[in-house]
Design a protein around this ligand. Structure first.
Ligand code: 5GP
Length: 145
């Protein structure tokens, strides 16, 4: 998928926003939804997506909608830090397949980094995580919001 293609309303994150497929929620407000990444790169890997937009990537995001989106990213990053005490946090996003993007609805990754643990897997690879473990992490992060 290049940087320039129509928005696919059947991408998995759009389906989550419509309630058509399940996800483990961490946080939701009028503008954003945050949930656990099902192929986490570390414990606490959380994704934040904007609602009410058809933006495949950052370039397509209406500028006036960026502030509430980034505010939620910061909120989640702070909650992950409080809940899980990582040594560092990666906050990132990819634009276009060539850059590593695999789901084409804008999203930001919050990936905790723990000095004593290697990252568990690469980007969007491997088997899905244990759902009970993800639910427990989501509850811890949500409690720190
Ligand atoms: P991207 O590769 O587009 O930057 O990130 C997409 C992310 O979505 C990846 O980290 C991948 O693990 C995650 N992901 C892919 N499919 C699903 C899914 O069905 N549920 C959840 N919660 N995350 C997913």
């Amino acid at each position: 998928m290049t940087l320039h293609a129509p928005y696919d309303p059947d991408n998995i994150f759009a389906k989550m926003l419509r309630g058509e497929i399940p996800y483990i929620k961490v946080y939701e407000d009028e503008d954003t939804l945050a949930f656990m990444d099902i192929f986490p790169q570390s414990d606490g890997h959380t994704l934040i997506i904007p609602k009410h937009v058809e933006a495949r990537n950052l370039l397509e995001m209406p500028t006036e909608k960026l502030a509430p989106f980034i505010a939620s990213v910061q909120k989640i990053a702070r909650a992950v830090e409080t809940a899980l005490s990582p040594d560092g946090l990666i906050v990132t996003q990819f634009n276009g397949e060539a850059a590593g993007q695999t789901v084409f609805h804008l999203h930001m990754h919050v990936i905790p980094v723990y000095k004593d643990r290697p990252r568990q897997r690469g980007h969007a690879t491997g088997k899905p995580a244990d759902m009970d473990a993800l639910k427990a992490l989501a509850a811890k992060i949500a409690a720190a919001l």
